[in-house]
Design a protein around this ligand. Structure first.
Ligand SMILES: [Zn+2]
Ligand SMILES: [Zn+2]
Length: 141
């Protein structure tokens, strides 16, 4: 029993009508505890020791399910990998072209207001707002 039961992760899954299996709870917990926008590989490497039966395919399918159900965000900011975010509140992402780190930034209020609105007859449910550039640590070097 290497895995620690996480109530917050279980609640998040239940609130999104996702059956909380042990693997799903562990993956959700990893996202909640690691606000670094991990990739499938990061999540797999982070949990492989705790859950030896876990496969990379399971991690990918589970993260995809989470994003479809609104329990996590799937970020396509970096064309070389897909990243996931346990923080589903409206915020924007900044990708550093120097170190590939993804930072959370505030979303401009005017952009946030568009969620739930109708634009040209289309109903908006998600906004993905990306910035790219050089982060402050890369600028210092
Ligand atoms: Zn950087
Ligand atoms: Zn984020």
């Amino acid at each position: 029993m290497g895995f620690k039961y996480s109530e917050e992760a279980v609640e998040r899954l239940k609130s999104k009508s996702i059956k909380p299996s042990i693997q799903r709870v562990a993956i959700m917990d990893y996202l909640i505890m690691n606000r670094t926008h991990p990739s499938v590989d990061d999540v797999y490497r982070g949990l492989a020791n705790t859950i030896p039966t876990l496969s990379k395919t399971t991690v990918y399918n589970t993260l995809k399910l989470f994003s479809e159900k609104g329990a996590a965000l799937m970020l396509t900011i970096d064309e070389s990998r897909v990243n996931f975010d346990g923080d589903t509140s409206p915020h924007t992402h900044f990708l550093c072209k120097g170190c590939s780190k993804i930072y959370d930034l505030q979303m401009p209020a005017s952009v946030k207001e568009v969620v739930g609105m109708s634009l040209a007859g289309h109903q908006i449910s998600e906004i993905h707002y990306y910035y790219k550039g050089l982060c402050r640590s890369c600028l210092e070097v």
